[in-house]
Design a protein around this ligand. Structure first.
Ligand code: COA
Length: 472
């Protein structure tokens, strides 16, 4: 298979879509797709399961059918036909961009991908020894430099708009070296003039909040790649203006320009992870934004929530689990023991999906394609183990408990074949999801109401107070 034939990848997505449409209908759940009037009655479980917190036009997860929609478009169509840039624009603006809008958006992303000052700041920390998600969370906070408008007295009364931080302003590492020879170079500040003009233009822009979203969407990619470079003992690489967001991510991480096929697959991965309802990290980001804190803090909170193994950390856990099982022949005995110990099988089950996750439908065949192409024996073994485990779990828990593979089951194999180490899987998830986080935060702030659920107090009510001397 030529590494430039991206049509082949589109065909894989279309086949997955056809299979999904044959097996499930796209019929929406009326209780989750019809406008409501507040206050609304709903049945709420622990962890706010079932709670309705807002109305949204951004995305819909149909857990019963196993379908996913962004702004009205089926995820399969977006994966087959659109780029991550188009999808990010769609999530933020509500419509797919026309050619001019897409060029404008891509240009801004290209500009914001350069965050030399943030990188210089983060290099002052022991990034190579840190959990990459901790470094990423810190990095997004470092992107918020100096004071923002939000810090000024009276800012809260100026409305609920999200505002941008000051931009990075010191260009660095101007050479595209792509290898160990990379070095930081602080060039003449005058080289910044075109950027300053662009900044002046941007300042005229009406939607200032959107700018910080673009800044974050572009910057989280650069940060993630830089963190991986530093972990590997290299210097960060400057983005390549010729490459897409997905292409740049792979290039800046690995130092090698990706083949079109790899770039296309990474793009699909970013599209698949861009938004997913009010999941824990999105909710965390929204909660922080609802206090009128700014979007940099909000996204940092999303990253914190995504880090957990029950959320974004699951694909890394899947790879460890598959390695621990060892081979497809050992799946039977491993599974028996796991069930006996009530161990949750990583990469299966979902709070919303009680059907096959449509994202796994795309990632499974992409993993097969990449493993076959790689010729790597270790990956073949991992994939064979995964396939066998999938059969077991579906046979045992599919119909009975609505437990099927979720997005994390195959994504780790895909990323491994693209040369990404397991520790970077969750940061890659954040690179994509930042589009959904920012879009949902912006939307929520238009009708902001600070989040404030209540807990039911089940503790004692009238304990007599004992002074320290009497407590024994
Ligand atoms: N393996 C085995 N059993 C599972 C399971 C899994 N991965 N996920 C759920 N179950 C079972 C539970 O044991 C429980 O069984 P019970 O009714 O006999 O007690 C039932 O399904 C409901 O589980 P619960 O944990 O209440 O579901 P949830 O909606 O709260 O959990 C997840 C959703 C994602 C947290 C859960 O499925 C999980 O931990 N999966 C593994 C981690 C993972 O892949 N996360 C990525 C999500 S995209």
């Amino acid at each position: 298979m030529p590494l430039t034939n991206t049509k082949f990848i589109t065909d894989i997505v279309k086949q997955a879509a056809a299979k999904a449409r044959q097996e499930v209908s796209n019929e929406p759940e009326p209780e989750l797709t019809e406008p409501i009037s507040w206050p609304v009655e709903c049945t709420v479980g622990p962890g706010l399961e079932g709670a309705i917190a807002c109305e949204t036009k951004i995305g819909y997860v149909n857990g019963t059918r196993g379908s996913l929609i962004y702004r009205g478009y089926d995820i399969f169509d977006l994966c087959a036909e659109a780029s991550y840039e188009e999808v990010s624009y769609l999530l933020l603006h509500g419509n797919l961009p026309d050619a001019d809008a897409l060029t404008g958006f891509s240009d801004q992303m290209q500009e914001f991908r350069l965050i030399p000052k943030t990188l210089r700041l983060i290099m002052g920390f022991p990034v190579q020894d840190m959990n990459p998600m901790a470094a990423l969370r810190m990095g997004t906070n470092l992107m918020r430099q100096y004071q923002t408008e939000r810090d000024q007295v009276g800012a809260a009364s100026a409305g609920t708009k999200v505002i941008a931080s000051d931009d990075d302003s010191i260009p660095m590492e101007r050479e595209k070296t792509g290898d160990r020879r990379a070095a930081f170079e602080f060039s003449d500040r005058n080289a910044n003039r075109p950027r300053r003009r662009a900044k002046a233009k941007r300042e005229q822009a009406e939607a200032r909040g959107l700018e910080s979203c673009y800044h974050l969407i572009a910057g989280v990619g650069t940060l993630t790649a830089a963190i991986e470079r530093v972990r590997m003992g290299h210097m960060p690489i400057e983005p390549d203006p010729e490459l897409s967001h997905a292409g740049n991510l792979l290039y800046m991480m690995t130092g090698r320009r990706p083949y079109p096929v790899e770039q296309r697959i990474m793009d699909i991965c970013l599209t698949l992870h861009a938004d997913h309802g009010m999941n824990a990290s999105t909710f965390a980001a929204m909660v922080v934004a609802s206090t009128l804190s700014d979007i940099y803090f909000s996204i940092g909170s999303g990253i914190g929530a995504l880090n957990g193994p029950l959320h974004g950390g699951a694909n890394e856990a899947v790879i460890h689990m598959l390695n621990q099982i060892g081979s497809s022949r050992r799946v039977g005995s491993w599974y028996k023991e796991a069930r006996a110990n009530k161990t949750k099988i990583m990469g299966f089950g979902h709070r919303v999906y009680k059907a096959y996750d449509p994202r796994a439908r795309v990632l499974g065949p992409l993993a097969e394609f990449l493993v076959e192409r790689s010729g790597r024996k270790d990956m073949q073994k991992l994939l064979a183990t995964a396939k066998e485990l999938e059969k077991r779990v579906i046979a045992d828990l599919g119909e009975r408990k609505g437990i099927f593979p979720n997005v994390d089951f195959y994504s780790g194999i895909v990323y491994s074949c693209l040369g990404i180490p397991p520790e970077m899987f969750t940061p890659i998830f954040a690179v994509s999801r930042v589009a959904g986080w920012t879009a949902r935060v912006l939307e929520y702030l238009k009708n902001n109401r600070i989040f404030r659920p209540r807990g039911i107090y089940v503790g004692d009510l009238d304990r007599p107070f004992k002074p320290l001397a009497d407590r024994g």
